[in-house]
Design a protein around this ligand. Structure first.
Ligand code: FEO
Length: 172
């Protein structure tokens, strides 16, 4: 049976992941509205990955004899001044999520929940990729943002992103 403190912390993380999905869907909608269709695609894929992260936590809590519970999701903003502003915010948000995951690992250690600590290793590794992906796009935009042609090319490239992680039906 999962410790209540661990269960609550994992449920809070479900909320963080679902807010992440909201945030990225909101960015996708803003990009789409402004005809940055490749960037909108990238954000929609990102939002779906976040829902998969929430589902992974949901499955784990239930598998461990707890119960996934849901809280209100904050309203994300709906407009960003530029693609750079949106991707910088995405990068900052991923850094925040990394710190949440580290706190979860500490809670797992403090409650002696070795199984959950091992489960969380997947998220630790995933966050390295999440930060790296967002940071790379921030760098690319900073290099080319003065050139409309180059921005259009970058937008096209981001349009090729596909969903790499199908939504999981088990905790694994
Ligand atoms: Fe689920 Fe982007 O962290």
């Amino acid at each position: 049976m999962i410790d209540k403190k661990m269960e609550d912390a994992l449920n809070n993380q479900i909320n963080e992941e679902l807010f992440s999905a909201y945030l990225y869907f909101a960015m996708a909608a803003d990009f789409e509205h402004k005809n940055w269709l490749g960037m909108a695609n990238w954000m929609k894929i990102q939002a779906q990955e976040e829902m998969a992260h929430a589902l992974k936590l949901y499955n784990w809590i239930n598998e461990r004899g707890g119960k996934a519970e849901f809280q209100a999701i904050k309203m994300p903003q709906s407009n960003w001044d530029s693609p750079l502003a949106a991707f910088k915010e995405a990068y900052g948000h991923e850094q925040h999520i990394t710190s949440c995951i580290y706190d979860l690992v500490k809670t797992a250690r403090n409650t002696g929940d070795i199984a959950t600590e091992i489960f969380l290793q997947w998220f630790v590794t995933e966050q390295v990729e999440e930060e790296s992906n967002a940071s790379a796009i921030v760098d690319q935009i900073e290099k080319v943002q003065e050139s409309t042609n180059a921005m259009v090319m970058l937008d096209k490239e981001l349009g090729f992103r596909t969903l790499a992680t199908p939504v999981q039906v088990s905790g694994e």
